[in-house]
Ligand binder design. Sequence first.
Ligand SMILES: Cc1cc2nc3c(=O)[nH]c(=O)nc-3n(C[C@H](O)[C@H](O)[C@H](O)COP(=O)(O)OP(=O)(O)OC[C@H]3O[C@@H](n4cnc5c(N)ncnc54)[C@H](O)[C@@H]3O)c2cc1C
Length: 396
Amino acid sequence: MLRVDVAIIGGGLVGASLALALQGQARTRGWRIALIEPFAPGDGYQPSYDARSTALSYGSRLIYEGLDLWPAIAEQATAIERIHVSDRGRFAAARLSADQENVPALGYVVENAWLGHCLWQALDAEVIQWRCPAQVERMEPTSEGYRLTLDDETLIDCCLAILADGGRSSLREQLGIAINQRPYDQTALIANITPAQAHGGEAFERFTESGPLALLPLSDNRCALVWTHPSRDAERLLKLDERAFLAELQQAFGYRLGALRQVGARVPYPLVLIEAAEQVRANLVVLGNAAHSLHPIAGQGFNLSLRDVRALADTLLTSSAPLGDLPTLQRYAGIQAGDQARTVAFSDQVTRLFSTDQPLLAAGRSLGLLGLELLPPAKRWFARQAMGMGTRGNPQ
Ligand SMILES: Cc1cc2nc3c(=O)[nH]c(=O)nc-3n(C[C@H](O)[C@H](O)[C@H](O)COP(=O)(O)OP(=O)(O)OC[C@H]3O[C@@H](n4cnc5c(N)ncnc54)[C@H](O)[C@@H]3O)c2cc1C
């Protein structure tokens, strides 16, 4: 039996970031934190730190700077200097640039494996008790918090349980937390691509008949591809040999980066929008993908969760109430509610609008891109939202 103050279930991008955000003050306050995770980064497959890359917004950079982690992440981060948004078969395009927005970069692309490495290296073993490999099999409320049962039958009692076990959280279901889910009937194909021409720090978002396609700049002149397709079509693409796959991608993307020369392993991710109906209960917070799982094309899911992490850590560290106190947790939920609603709506609407080939909507989309290009306030609003710095609901 282990007794801790905070138990973080899931040491993925979100759980590990929360551990990092709490650890400095936890030491001062004498909090013991357990971080429970079945797979360590570097142990082959790790669900959160797999072959994907993440586009970190400028806002996320600022958060990691505050946690002293940015210098390590930056060693392998590629700056996004420009974003080119276009619509296949239509002339309209919008361009966003770091210079115009007056920021050093619109965002940064980092391989998840590197982010995981940096996070785990930064955790202080004297404050954070790692339980890895270990998995929480059951959790039940007690009079003082939660009791967790691990797969090796260890029991952990905690005052505050953080559920950060991902979008398909089985523990969320066990606790009877309902979800709202809207399947997109789409699958994102992920792969690294090497083009003939230098990407020069430019990211591309292109809307095609089958669904949105993003190519993000990576180190060694590679690009991270996120290509969304109706699920059945994605299965067909996965079976193509390298040459045939690159030929289809080239046709959809065009020649902005010259010939597409090489593709790495292709990994499919079925897409669904999931929102937990409750994010806080007494002694419990649902965080990260377990709380809200978004379509990846707008690159917002982790950036939003990192803002949740920052807000939750600030709320806990400035509260004098006991850990797990419901009004304190509700205060955190209230602080993030607006940001979450706006970001979920932005991702969902961008995805749906740009996944349609209905002529009227597609024409409206072209006008939207044109409007974005011609109207600096709308463009600035879009850029700020995409950079994870949007604080207002409407363009101004
Ligand atoms: C293709 C794709 C591309 C994306 N690109 C971007 C992007 O560019 N920008 C962006 O902001 N977001 C992006 N996202 C979203 C981002 O990946 C997620 O927001 C992020 O992974 C959520 O992290 P998480 O830690 O909440 O969940 P996960 O990454 O799912 O991690 C959950 C962790 O919990 C562990 N776990 C599971 N069950 C248990 C248990 N019972 N006990 C203990 N541990 C458990 C798992 O092993 C895992 O490590 C993308 C998503 C996808 C699918």
